[in-house]
Design a protein around this ligand. Structure first.
Ligand SMILES: O=C(O)CCC(=O)C(=O)O
Ligand SMILES: [Fe+2]
Length: 326
């Protein structure tokens, strides 16, 4: 395999994959495969999510996060591992750390009424929680959820082709999967001396899920750890989504595809009193998906590196490590 040291995250046009032109489609898969075997991140345009809709969701979440803490905590549900609704400041820490991240967030999952009653997965998911103070949140968030889920399915088709699987390999595995739309507020800090010295907006981590689709954030700060140890800042253009490989896809592919460590650094001290907003969509499969390393990704040079697990087992383990589940 060729080692590429990218200076920035490669940009792709998803229309090349979906337009029906077989040469463009193959070129897209090649570029995506190279990027995912090296830096684990790409930025894509023509993903189907309009700027207007993104602006609407940002406006809604700014309203929500500016509510007083005693209202926001009405929507906080530790008993479901915070998998829907609000999670308060400092509650989540990266795997292997104890200091909480300088963020609060709000989770939206599958809308139960979208799932047919005949599908047993329906009983696994808690219902979404909608803040009564922001009635427009529900419709906008669900439209974005469905659009990003659709873009993610296209990305997974390209990934399947790159892996030599049938194009539809992931389709049944992600149908009504456990994906989460996470609206994040990195809150302003008036006095930086009031927070633990090692507290950061988001400490370095890999994402748990198959792939993450990330809308352009309201400010800089996201960085990706390149294979040579250099941190590369990511600045998605306004029409781009950043799409990266998560730990589940890394396991399935026995590290052929890389779940690259990334972080959100604090702004300079004089800007610590400003907010940053971002909205990742964590694309998860159904809990029963088998994450056993694909035979085609194991050989004598790359012996199997992971224990067999289902997506549900792996998720539970990681939620405990993040401090979200007991
Ligand atoms: O805020 C961002 O730009 C990225 C957040 C992130 O990496 C995450 O929530 O997993
Ligand atoms: Fe992340």
């Amino acid at each position: 395999m060729t080692e590429i040291l990218y200076d920035e995250v490669p940009s792709l046009d998803l229309a090349d994959f979906t337009s029906g032109d077989s040469e463009k489609k193959a070129a897209f898969v090649k570029k995506l495969g190279d990027a995912y075997q090296n830096i684990g991140f790409v930025a894509i345009k023509n993903h189907g999510l309009s700027k207007e809709l993104q602006d609407k969701l940002y406006a809604v979440i700014k309203k929500f996060f500016s509510l007083p803490d005693e209202i926001k905590t009405k929507y906080e549900k530790p008993e479901i591992g915070f998998q829907r609704g609000y999670t308060g400041k400092g509650k989540e820490h990266a795997k292997g750390r104890n200091t909480g991240d300088l963020k609060e967030f709000y989770h939206v999952g599958q809308e139960l009424s979208d799932i047919p009653d005949s599908d047993p997965i329906k009983s696994e998911y808690p219902a979404n929680i909608w803040p009564e103070e922001i009635p427009e949140f529900e419709e906008i968030a669900l439209e974005i959820y469905r659009t990003l889920e659709n873009a993610g399915k296209n990305m997974l088709k390209a990934i399947a082709i790159h892996l030599g699987l049938e194009e539809e390999y992931f389709e049944s595995r992600v149908a009504f999967g456990n994906s989460i739309l996470r609206q994040i507020h990195y809150f302003p800090i008036e006095n930086p001396d009031d927070v633990p010295a090692d507290a950061v907006r988001a400490a370095e981590h890999g994402d748990i899920n198959l792939i993450t689709l990330l809308m352009g954030a309201s400010a800089d700060g996201l960085q990706v750890l390149r294979r040579d140890g250099k941190w590369i800042p990511i600045t998605a253009l306004p029409d781009q989504l950043v799409v990266n490989v998560g730990d589940m896809l890394e396991r399935l592919t026995n590290k052929k595809l890389k779940s690259t460590i990334h972080r959100v650094v604090n702004p300079p001290r004089e800007l610590m009193n400003t907010s940053r907003y971002s909205i990742p969509f964590f694309m998860h499969p159904r809990s029963e998906m088998d994450l056993t390393c694909l035979e085609s990704c194991i050989d004598t040079e790359n012996p199997k590196q992971f224990e067999d697990a289902t997506a549900g087992e792996f998720l539970d383990e990681r939620l405990r490590e993040l401090g979200l589940k007991k």
